[in-house]
Design a protein around this ligand. Structure first.
Ligand SMILES: NC(=O)CC[C@H](N)C(=O)O
Length: 638
């Protein structure tokens, strides 16, 4: 994407199912799990750049030894920073292990017990998280995994998630009404405290059951063997409204990953005899464990994958499912495009745009050059070119069938290829020099480089595909002017995603209406057509509904867009982003929602395009977001 919508988060969980000695013997390193975790995290840095964190639990430790380790970082290269520290620790430990051998004769280097007794991060359960915050600042305290500690092993909880709750304020109030005094309002803490509260209760319940049968020191193991995590999740998550893939590790080594009932946020898992792993993206699992794609399963929405202390696994329902609406933005943009399904879907998105594009260039392929915004739009671009080839094949077939061609015409018809050029490349280095003064816009325009001399001036049209257009600022401030320097007759900007009209509230940090160029277009059209009273009407409805607690029943903001066709909004967007001195004609083509649903049939969550929120809390957020806009308040609406 030429302008980034803010990313979300990524999770990675590994459970080593065999004794630690197995990995030490087989892979000849005490860092087998850590190395895999590192890989899974590096393969998901696309999901969050604010910070990262890892935590580790050792399952069999004597009282008095540490069994939870954690590192977090908000450095620019957070994952490398964390693993750099861990590696340093292990280098030191290797040395210590060799010294131990020399001094005592014990072969510490190859002894799992030695490693687990002496070195942190040698536990069997490993959790990694990449963060792009939707709540709270980008600070180390807000980085996951978060800890809820207790002297009872089975009451400890370590949590991380890719999530956003629409009702986190209500959840917080509930904690207070339970008599708690939370030390923070950060959403991860709130969610963890909620789950932690019911974990405590479950501990108490089991304690009550067994306290007469066992001596207290034995109870720790008895509790661990009997805690019912499904029950804990059922009780704690029932009033969550949001999108989530929440990972929890307990102090005794059992872990879980709970996925929201509409399957909004992604979560995949793989297991074999050695490991159980969970990640936000299939590709991270595939590359890290070299398994086959069909061995990687999706966690069923409304279900939790529970990995018991003994390494056994079950996938259990913990909340009633609602209509599945998995986030389509994962497919369009967020997730890595090297996942074969996502790659195919992105190509299809490009291909489905062909009829609209041909209309824009009046079928004149001889004078049209196709290109793309580098990186993320590449697959959609390839699909678009496939679509053009199909279109040409059809034309050839028709002409041949009609049989009215002269030899030179036939020659031309058979040899014609779509004109594909790389017109724009990204010059990443320029970014670091961007200053916050009057030079900024000029500097921004140099983040991209253009290729000259491939466009026939004032004759050719340029079709440029991007994966989405949120604010339109990069188009306005750099891309359009750059393209215009090539002097095309017309510029057609194509978005492989539909118009972004509504905020997200399920994990993507995109919550302010004013930021969306589609919203600005609707505002401009309302003004032009003397329909501005609609703004006040919607505002009143939203405010009333928010006041009397019915705001989650309906998305009133849809009325803002209702008077206009998609085309009218697209045309207005083109006007808004058009730099004043642009010579070329400009139009913008957006994917239709119907075609998006065709291209990504298993990811029908499209609330940011349609306003159809999958949970009631979504309506509440969009209504509030609108009221905030009208009041001129620039805060997140959840
Ligand atoms: N994008 C996310 O999933 C963010 C997780 C969580 N809401 C946070 O802000 O830390």
């Amino acid at each position: 994407m030429s302008e980034s919508i803010k990313h979300e988060c990524g999770i990675a969980l590994i459970r080593l199912r065999k004794p630690f000695q197995h990995y030490l013997d087989k892979y000849n390193t005490p860092m087998y799990g850590l190395n895999k975790l590192y890989l899974m995290m590096e393969k998901q840095v696309n999901r969050g750049q604010d910070g990262a964190g890892v935590a580790n639990i050792k399952i069999n430790v004597k009282p008095g030894s540490r069994y939870i380790s954690r590192y977090r970082s908000v450095e620019p290269q957070a994952v490398a920073d964390i693993f750099g520290k861990i590696n340093k620790k292990f280098r030191k430990a290797q040395k210590l292990a060799k010294d131990t051998k020399r001094e005592t004769g014990i072969d510490a280097v190859h002894d799992a017990a030695w490693w687990q007794d002496n070195v942190a991060f040698t536990g069997e359960v490993l959790l990694g998280h990449l963060r792009y915050g939707t709540h709270g600042q980008n600070e180390i305290e807000n980085c996951h995994p978060m800890l809820r500690q207790n002297n009872w092993r089975s009451r400890n909880l370590v949590m991380a998630g890719n999530f956003n709750m629409t009702n986190v304020d209500d959840l917080f109030d509930k904690l207070v009404s339970l008599g708690q005094h939370p030390k923070e309002k950060v959403d991860t803490v709130t969610v963890m405290e909620k789950i932690g509260h019911f974990l405590d209760e479950e501990n108490q319940r089991q304690f009550g059951k067994f306290k007469d049968q066992y001596e207290n020191p034995e109870l720790s193991d008895v509790l661990a063997a009997n805690i019912d995590l499904k029950r804990v999740l059922e009780r704690s998550c029932k009033d969550f409204d949001g999108g989530y893939a929440m990972v929890g590790m307990t102090g005794y080594g059992a872990s879980f990953v709970a996925r929201d009932p509409a399957g909004i946020r992604p979560a995949y898992y793989y297991m074999d005899e050695e490991v159980v792993v969970v990640a936000s993206e299939k590709q991270a699992i595939k590359t890290s464990f070299n398994c086959a794609y069909d061995q990687i399963q999706e966690i069923t929405p409304g279900h939790a994958l529970i990995i018991a202390m003994d390494g056994s696994v079950e996938e259990v329902p913990f909340i009633d499912r609602i209509e599945q609406k998995s986030c389509s933005f994962e497919r369009i943009y967020f997730s890595r495009g090297s996942d074969p399904d996502i790659y195919r879907e992105r190509k299809k998105l490009g291909r489905l745009l062909i009829p609209q594009i041909l209309d824009e260039v009046k079928q004149d392929l001889k004078h049209t050059v196709f290109s793309y915004i580098p990186n993320t739009a590449e697959s959609a671009f390839l699909g678009m070119i496939d679509g053009l080839e199909d279109h040409l094949a059809k034309e050839r077939k028709q002409a041949i069938m009609e049989g009215i061609l002269f030899e030179d015409q036939l020659e031309e018809l058979l040899t014609f290829r779509p004109r594909v050029e790389k017109l724009i490349s990204k010059d990443v280095k320029v970014r670091t020099f961007i200053a916050s003064d009057a030079m900024r816009d000029d500097m921004v325009s140099h983040v991209y480089d253009t290729t000259y001399e491939v466009i026939e001036k004032n004759v050719d049209s340029v079709v440029l595909i991007d994966d989405s257009i949120v604010r339109g600022t990069t188009l306005e401030k750099s891309i359009l002017s750059l393209l215009d320097k090539l002097s095309p007759k017309k510029i057609v900007i194509v978005s492989s995603a539909p118009q972004i009209r509504y905020p997200d509230c399920y994990g993507i940090d995109m919550s302010k209406m004013k930021e969306f160029v589609a919203f600005r277009a609707a505002l401009a059209l309302l003004k032009e057509r003397n329909l501005e009273h609609i703004l006040d009407e919607v505002n009143l409805k939203c405010m009333l509904a928010l006041e009397n607690g019915t705001a989650s029943q309906e998305n009133f903001v849809k009325a803002i867009y209702a008077p206009f066709t998609d085309q009218e909004i697209s045309d207005k967007i083109a006007e808004i982003v058009k730099p004043k001195n642009l010579q070329a004609e400009l139009s913008i083509v957006y994917q239709t929602v119907e075609n998006l649903n065709i291209a990504c049939p298993n990811h029908l969550g499209d609330w940011y395009f349609t306003g159809n929120f999958p949970t009631p809390g979504g309506n509440q957020v969009v209504n509030k977001s609108f009221v905030n806009f009208m009041k001129g308040i620039e805060v997140r609406a959840y």
